[in-house]
Design a protein around this ligand. Structure first.
Ligand SMILES: [Zn+2]
Length: 337
C-alpha cells in the first residue's frame, strides 16, 4: 500500500465511522505513534537522494493534514449528533427535579399545636407543672394518701429523696388552684412517667393532655359538651362517644370516655380488640376534697377535669400500631408525617 492508497483508505474509513470510540481507533491506526503515517515518515531517511527525501516529507505531511482535517470534521459531527440524541431521548426538561431532603414537625408536636389551638379558643390557658414532683401534689392532695390502695393504679418511679416522677399531668391541679381564683380554665400537654414494661401499647414515658375548669355551677353537661366538641374535632363529625362510670380518686363522679371504633364502627375488629369502642379519655367532676385542698370552697364552686393520652389518640386516628415509634426518632416513621 502506497501513501496515496493509504490516504484513500483512511478517508473512506473515517467517513464510515459512527461513534467517537471508533473514530479514536481510526486516529490511532493512521496518526498514532505506531500508525501508518508514521511508518511512511520513518522510511524517508532510507531514500538515497536529498531532494526525494524533501519531496516525500512534504507529500506525507500533506496526507497527514488531510487525515487530521477529516478526523476533526467527523469528531464535530458525532458530538453534535449525540447532543441532539440526548435532547430527544433521555433529557426530559419537564421531569420533576430532585427535591432536597427537609425535616418535618414530629406528629406529636403537630397534634399538640392542634389541641392547644382548639382549647385556647375555648378560653383555656396552657400551664406547666414539674416533672419531678412532691408526693403530695402527685398523690396526697389529689385524694390519694400514702397506703391508699388506689396508689396501685400507678406504678411510680421514686427518687431517694421521696419525690416522684409524676405519674400524670394532674399534679398541676392543686398547684393551679392555689395560684388562681375561679373561674379557672387551664390546660397542660406534657410528659408523664410510669414504671412500666415497654410494649407496643405502653411506655415508661408518655404524654397526657388535661384541662381543669373551676367555676360556679360546672356540671356533667358541660363536661359532656367539652368532651364531644373536642373528640369530633379530632376524630371527625360522625364520631360517637359514650360515658361509663369509672373510678379516679380525685373526681366524683368519674367517667371513662369511649369513642366508637372508626375502623369497624362498633362491630369489633383487631384494632379495637373486638370491643367496638375505644376508651379514649378520662374525666369527672373535681372531688370536693381536692377543691378544698386547692383553697376553693366546694359549696360555692365546682369543677371538671378532662384528659386523654395524645399518644393513644394519635395511634387510633392514624392507625399507628406501636407507641414506641413516637419516642425512638426513627426517620422511616417520622418522614411519613
Ligand atoms: Zn374496631
Amino acid at each position: 500500500m502506497n501513501v496515496v492508497e493509504a490516504e484513500g483508505k483512511a478517508l473512506a474509513e473515517i467517513a464510515q465511522v459512527s461513534s467517537l470510540p471508533e473514530l479514536e481507533e481510526a486516529r490511532l491506526r493512521y496518526l498514532g505513534r505506531n500508525g501508518i503515517v508514521n511508518q511512511f515518515l520513518s522510511e524517508i531517511p532510507e531514500l538515497p537522494r536529498q531532494e526525494d527525501r524533501k519531496k516525500a516529507g512534504g507529500f506525507i505531511n500533506a496526507v497527514k493534514g488531510n487525515i487530521e482535517t477529516a478526523l476533526e470534521k467527523k469528531d464535530r459531527e458525532l458530538r453534535q449528533k449525540s447532543l441532539k440524541e440526548i435532547d430527544r431521548s433521555s433529557f426530559d426538561v419537564t421531569a420533576p427535579g430532585l427535591a432536597p431532603q427537609t425535616g418535618s414537625v414530629h406528629p406529636l408536636t403537630k397534634f399538640r399545636e392542634f389541641v392547644r389551638d382548639t382549647f385556647t379558643k375555648l378560653g383555656f390557658e396552657e400551664v406547666y407543672a414539674p416533672h419531678l414532683e412532691e408526693d403530695e401534689y402527685n398523690f396526697g392532695l389529689l385524694n390519694i394518701p400514702p397506703d391508699h390502695p388506689s396508689r396501685d393504679l400507678w406504678d411510680t418511679l421514686y427518687l431517694e429523696d421521696g419525690r416522684a416522677m409524676r405519674t400524670h399531668t394532674s399534679n398541676m391541679q392543686v398547684r393551679e388552684m392555689r395560684k388562681r381564683k375561679p373561674p379557672i380554665r387551664v390546660m397542660t400537654f406534657d410528659r408523664c412517667f410510669r414504671y412500666e414494661n415497654v410494649d407496643p401499647h405502653h411506655s415508661h414515658t408518655f404524654t397526657q393532655f388535661e384541662v381543669l375548669y373551676v367555676d360556679k355551677d360546672v356540671s356533667m353537661g358541660q363536661l359532656r359538651f367539652l368532651s364531644d366538641l373536642f373528640l369530633k374535632a379530632v376524630l371527625g363529625e360522625k364520631t360517637r362517644t359514650r360515658f361509663r362510670p369509672k373510678y379516679y380518686p380525685f373526681v366524683e363522679p368519674g367517667v371513662g370516655v369511649d369513642a366508637l371504633c372508626p375502623f369497624c364502627e362498633g362491630k369489633g375488629c383487631r384494632i379495637c380488640g373486638m370491643e367496638g369502642w375505644f376508651e379514649i379519655a378520662g374525666a369527672g367532676l373535681v372531688h370536693p376534697q381536692v377543691l378544698k385542698n386547692g383553697g376553693i370552697d366546694p359549696k360555692e364552686y365546682s369543677g371538671l377535669a378532662w384528659g386523654f393520652g395524645p399518644d393513644r389518640m394519635l395511634m387510633i386516628k392514624q392507625g399507628i400500631e406501636d407507641i414506641r415509634y413516637f419516642y425512638e426518632g426513627d426517620l422511616r416513621f417520622l418522614k411519613q408525617f
